[in-house]
Ligand binder design. Structure first.
Ligand code: 5GP
Length: 188
């Protein structure tokens, strides 16, 4: 059986990555498997252990790094995030296209280790629109939102190593574009 693709999917927080992803996950022909990350961040309301993230202590996170359990890891704002390697390898061996929703530093590490990974970055129509969406989402306090916006400004300067940049102005169009990118890669 042919090994599945590795797809690196990134974008500034609040850009709508999660929404795009959940629509893609429903499309059976894309044959996607979502890689659940490990994080030291506290769960947000409604987030479920093992579905959104594996929520762990800093001690457990450091242990995972030491044991070589993570394909990549990075610090983002005030927390650590990392991709458990075993699941990614297993799913790809089973022919699934594994999707990693990760930030830019981790994406770089993955691209160095797996240069044939497919990389997609979602950008907002503007930073003003991003700020509006983050404030509307109300999942963080204002100070954290400001930190995330300044992080976004920084991150957006550095995204040219991604193979594909998709603008999420209209959700359905963005979903269709990402779908096409994945289908093209599957048929190569
Ligand atoms: P959030 O706290 O909003 O869930 O995620 C913050 C940022 O961390 C997002 O840009 C998200 O894509 C990224 N992220 C989530 N999981 C991982 C991971 O396993 N590794 C890395 N490098 N970034 C991650």
């Amino acid at each position: 059986m042919e090994k599945g693709l590795l797809i690196v999917f990134s974008g500034v927080s609040g850009v709508g990555k999660g929404t795009i992803l959940s629509k893609l996950m429903e499309m059976e022909d894309l044959n996607l498997a979502y890689s659940v990350s490990m994080t030291t961040r506290a769960p947000r309301e409604g987030e479920v252990e093992g579905v959104n993230y594996f929520f762990v202590t800093k001690k457990r996170f450091l242990e995972a790094i030491k044991n070589g359990e993570l394909l990549e890891h990075a610090r983002f704002v005030d927390n650590d995030y990392g991709t458990p390697k075993e699941y990614v390898d297993k799913m790809r061996e089973e022919g699934k296209n594994v999707i990693l929703e990760i930030e830019i530093k981790g994406a770089r590490q993955v691209m160095e280790k797996c240069p044939d990974a497919l990389s997609i970055y979602i950008v907002p129509p503007s930073l003003e629109e991003l700020e509006r969406r983050l404030l509307e989402r109300k999942s963080e306090d204002e100070q954290t939102i400001m930190k995330r916006i300044s992080k976004a400004r920084e991150e957006l300067k550095d995204i040219d190593f991604y193979e594909h940049i998709v603008c999420n102005d209209d959700l359905d169009i963005a979903v269709a574009e990402v779908r096409e990118i994945i289908l093209n890669e599957m048929n190569r």
